[in-house]
Design a protein around this ligand. Structure first.
Ligand code: ZN
Length: 190
């Protein structure tokens, strides 16, 4: 059993991405008011992970755990001091490569509820893409697009918002571009 575990973890680290097998995740409950999170944001984070899983063509299988210490992907709500939109850092969990995803809710003063939820959802989606090993692109259509390349940031969120009549439309609109899907599949095939 020990040998088996070691060989699995070695293969995993060599692959450099979250690939075969179950990928455990944990999402922080919303408790810290400084982060501007709301209870329902946990569901938005779930939907973001489900979108990647659905795009993976069966390669990804997320499994929720109630224990942060056991989770390969840990999504936490960040405070304003922790960056503008978020940050994802590599961690090692029981010898496997994992990621801590810090999601900063940059929606201060946004009065439109669905626009606010759009910003939270797309931020979760972008940062969890990094957790899966995806890098930035320069294509405005991609969720992995980086604002470093310029572009109309309000319109980036507004174009997704325009697809929503209610909050329940979020899981029906993944927010992933064909290129995002292709990059995920490519990343997971190595
Ligand atoms: Zn990024």
């Amino acid at each position: 059993m020990r040998k088996f575990l070691r060989s699995v973890s070695t293969a995993f680290l060599a692959a450099g991405a979250l690939t075969a097998g179950d990928t455990t995740f944990w999402i922080e409950p919303c408790t810290n008011p400084q982060t501007s999170c709301e209870k329902g944001d946990v569901q938005l984070a779930h939907w973001a992970l489900e979108a990647w899983q659905a795009a993976s063509g069966g390669r990804l299988h997320f499994v929720e755990t109630g224990y942060r210490s056991q989770a390969l992907i840990r999504l936490v709500w960040a405070t304003p001091a922790q960056g503008l939109y978020g940050e994802t850092m590599a961690i090692v969990v029981n010898g496997r490569r994992g990621a801590q995803v810090n999601v900063r809710i940059a929606a201060d003063g946004v009065k439109d509820r669905l626009l606010r939820d759009t910003i939270v959802y797309l931020t979760c989606l972008h940062e969890s893409g990094h957790a899966l090993g995806l890098v930035h692109t320069a294509q405005f259509d991609d969720i992995m697009y980086s604002f470093q390349f310029g572009g109309d940031i309000p319109d980036y969120f507004a174009r997704y918002r325009r697809k929503l009549a209610t909050r329940d439309d979020i899981p029906k609109n993944s927010g992933l571009s064909p290129a995002d899907r292709a990059h995920l599949i490519e990343r997971m095939s190595h």
